[in-house]
Design a protein around this ligand. Sequence first.
Ligand code: ACM
Length: 644
Amino acid sequence: MVSEWYEGVTLSSELFPGGEAIYRLTLANRGTAMLSDFRLGFSGPGRIGLESSVTNGSFVTQLSNFVEIAPPPGFTLPPGADWVVDFDNLAHPIRHWTDGATTGFLILADGSTRSLRTVPTTLYTMDTPPKRGTVRFPVPAQPPVPVSIIPWPLSVAVKGRRTAPSGLAPKGAGGTDAEAAVEGFEQLSSILFPGEGLCRPEREGGYPVELVPGSGGKEGYAIDFAPDGARVTAETRTGFFYGLITLGQMLRGARGKLLEFSFPTAGRIEDAPSYGWRGCHLDVARRFYSSADVTRFVALLAWNKLNVLHWHLSDDEAWRVEIDAYPELTRKAAWNGYGLAVPPLLGSGPERAGGYYAKADIRRIVAVAELFGVDVVPEIDVPGHCYALLQAVPQLRDPGENGLYFSVQGFPNNCLNPGVEATYGVVETIFGEMVDLFPSRYFHVGADEVPHDAWETSPAARALGARLGSDGTAPLQAHFLQRVQAFLAEKGKITGAWEEASQGGGIDKAGSYLVGWKDTAISQKLAGEGYDVVVAPAQAYYMDMAHSEEFAESGAAWAGFSSLENTYRFEPAAGWSEAERAHLMGIQGCIWNEPMTDRAVFDRLVFPRLSAIAETGWSANRDFARFTALVGLMPNMYGNYEDN
Ligand code: ACM
């Protein structure tokens, strides 16, 4: 049911900072009718817990960042008046405008809801408007290099200058890797640059590009330039594809910036990546992204020569994959809304919002990704982060569990219980359906942020602990994960997990990899213990963190902030021994979606930091000045820039 806007009534919010920060909501009635007998619902990434005190109203319900409050009994709000409510002692501080309430709504006496015009949160005394959209990086008049390529290749020894060709006419022999690479490149260009004619036949002025099998390893390539054409040499389809992307970037630079860049007539580019794993994680649970969005995102990864999409498909807030055996997962847990199994969260409104991917959608995305050299690694986050799943499949709870524990995000009892035997059957059925959808060698099972007191009051969990002869949460988690890993190994999969999967005895090092996210010291230690690791430190590679401390910046702050330069300069293996480096698979950026309240926020937070991470993953030769001179030519997701 759509929730109509309540005309003339506006919700705004303001933060009064300091040790005793106050978060003030103002409901302004500028309509013509008296408001009475109503309650107010709102959510946003900043959390107001029940331990917060509220003046001029009272809590009705609260779950994670969803709050419903009521005015004092008998309260009325006449036209022209404001209802002002102050909260203190927030459960999660508000540091940026995107932390505040982004969606407010009224719940009327008959239980119906009406949406409110909700103004972005401001900081007391601050008059800077919220910052949204990708920061512009204009190409300087004299860039330090004559060609525009990101990530920068291993060796660029080009000579001569010619006018930019109007498009590329790549040719690979039929039925070969080269031909498949051409098909991939044509699809990629039409997704990212529709109407540009980046690929065109020679009769339409296309610049001949011959694709010739040769050396280059798994992803490398070489390009030899002549005045009237180029030759790409590679050993694999991905190598050819990356050679074409390099040519496409050079052409777009030279065609768009006629005086700044040129196109060579001779010389050679040789290229190969530094790391095998160059990934990006995308959380589609906190906020849903359509198949079309995900497809474009995969194309953007490929244009940056990133080769893994770590697709975070479930979390406390939602479940996103069609599972035949459990239709209630997508019927109930794919949606947020007032009165539904999962309430409005992170700024979703009162009406049903969200969505899920049918199996056919996933197959299509995986097939396009394959064509673009991107391995799609699914993540189903267990045993923690399962609030939505447990709302849909409540029979997995231990009926004897009588206490509450809370996740760091404020969800109560949100973990699958290792002591409930039925849990394994459900997880194996779900994973069994999913391994057929995802051809990747890897399957990521989450394992992050299980509260340290999870299952403490569950008799079933305590009985399992006694049987195992262990005490506490971590060994139970390890037991659960070991069983899941054994199941996935039988299906031929390597189990991926966040770094916490090493706790309580850990999972088997053979047949697993861990993503280190808290800081690199932990990743280094795990590599030293023999775990294969991918580093994704929140302080540099979590693209949901704001670019700076400024309140007007979009984004989160729990891991600090990361400027483009900080992200770019992060050195994954600094101080690692040879033995530790042998276990470093590569790097990945992470896109968590709590603060991505709209598309312009996504564009601001992700770009161009995504390209900074890509350059670290690929290039042996990094240079921030060169990077900033070129990065303005890289596409973003939705076309929002800070000045439009
Ligand atoms: C994580 O950020 N919880 C992996």
